[in-house]
Design a protein around this ligand. Structure first.
Ligand SMILES: [Zn+2]
Ligand SMILES: [Zn+2]
Length: 395
């Protein structure tokens, strides 16, 4: 049976997956700079005898063709490879050797796991039908996102996959378990950059100034109405401003106030409407108070939707592979992920790989200097993906 074969191979390659992850972890590279990471992956694909194509500079795409007669389905598996500008605070043997850069989002785990899946599927290619497309993608963490570039360069063509699967580490879930959510799962994200201009002066003479601080206070409060009054309460929206700089003094009103924020939602039409509403509201309000405003929105990733039928099928295959008790349901997650670009154009399923281990102190969230993964997660990460692939290909 193919399940037992995958489980056995998964045990055989465990040490390799750990070693590859540790190598990648100690040699992290920032988004769009993953040249050594890309060369490392290329070397591993060469060793498996897999040909690959380069895309978006550091991205790699390879095919594994099953040899059993089939209806020629194609399924894509995606892993990302970039690290973050964070200085690692863990004291581990595989600590980042590139100071100031860290695999704090687990993309080292995704890449090493997909290399493991590639090994399993290559060994088993006489036992399944259909084609697996491996996507090693750069630059998930930085706009415009490696996924959007690879799609532009044709990663979802020749051959065109009927579905795309991706897995991402999740430190809220124990190692050994995975999580799924059908339907809308992660948010679109847009960055907002605002400058409110007035006329600065002595704090004792407000009548001679146009106070951009007070104007900004009104604008910030008013903008929340976009979320609380205009947004459909059935669909989530978040507007947060984490940076507000009014660099005056107790008795100095500054000329301008600078703000940065984020807008997140799960509906592309509403997202576009909200951009117009926020800009209009800010401009109208600031002008009515005598100031001027530059309200700039930098569009980020779209929202991520897990196609219902594919996700339900994949979830049940995961139950079959791991046991029902190890497959959990996920909540909506208002973070963003460039896998969303695949989900906007192809049936997709993005699921979570548990990496938490409280007894080993592995609980930190992603994007923090103490983030780590429990390597026990690699006992299932490669094998599960291989199993999901062969099942989805109709075997
Ligand atoms: Zn991340
Ligand atoms: Zn990530």
């Amino acid at each position: 049976m193919i399940k037992e074969q995958i489980q056995q191979l998964s045990k055989d390659i465990f040490d390799d997956v750990v070693a590859n992850r540790r190598h990648l972890h100690s040699h992290p590279e920032l988004s769009f700079e993953e040249t050594k990471t890309s060369a490392f992956i290329a070397g591993k694909l060469d060793a498996l005898g897999l040909k690959y194509e380069r895309m978006a500079d550091n991205g790699l795409v390879a095919l594994i063709k099953g040899e059993k007669p089939s209806d020629n389905r194609v399924l894509a598996l995606r892993a990302d490879m970039d690290a973050l500008p964070i200085t690692e605070a863990n004291n581990v043997p595989y600590k980042s050797q590139n100071v100031g850069v860290m695999h704090a989002c687990g993309h080292d785990a995704h890449t090493s796991s997909l290399l493991g899946t590639a090994k399993i599927l290559t060994d088993l290619k006489s036992h399944f039908g259909g084609t697996v497309k491996l996507i090693f993608q750069p630059a998930e963490e930085k706009l415009p996102g490696g996924a959007s570039l690879m799609i532009k360069e044709g990663v979802l063509e020749n051959p065109k996959p009927q579905a795309v699967l991706g897995q991402h580490v999740m430190p809220l879930i124990d190692a050994g378990k995975v999580g799924f959510r059908a339907g809308k799962y992660m948010a679109s994200t847009d960055e907002i950059y605002v400058t409110v201009r007035g006329k600065g002066g002595h704090g004792a003479q407000p009548q001679q100034n146009i106070d951009p601080v007070i104007i900004t206070a009104h604008m910030l409060t008013a903008l929340q109405q976009v979320v609380s009054r205009f947004a459909d309460p059935k669909s989530p929206s978040v507007l947060s401003f984490g940076k507000v700089i009014a660099n005056g003094a107790t008795n100095v009103i500054p000329n301008e106030v600078y703000l940065e924020g984020t807008f997140r939602t799960m509906d592309e039409k509403w997202r576009a409407d909200a951009h117009i509403k926020m800009k209009k509201m800010a401009e109208g309000l600031v002008e009515s108070m005598g100031g001027t405003v530059d309200f700039n929105i930098m569009k980020g990733y779209p929202f991520l939707i897990n196609e219902e039928k594919l996700t339900m099928a994949t979830r049940s295959h995961a139950e079959d592979y791991l046991g029902k008790e190890n497959v959990l349901d996920l909540d909506i997650w208002m973070a963003a992920e460039d896998f969303a670009y695949y989900s906007q154009v192809a049936d997709s399923c993005f699921y979570r790989l548990g990496t938490r281990n409280e007894s080993r102190g592995i609980t930190s969230s992603v994007h923090t200097p103490t983030f780590d993964v429990d390597e026990d997660a690699f006992k299932i990460s490669s094998g599960l993906m291989a199993y999901l692939a062969v099942k989805q290909l109709g075997n």
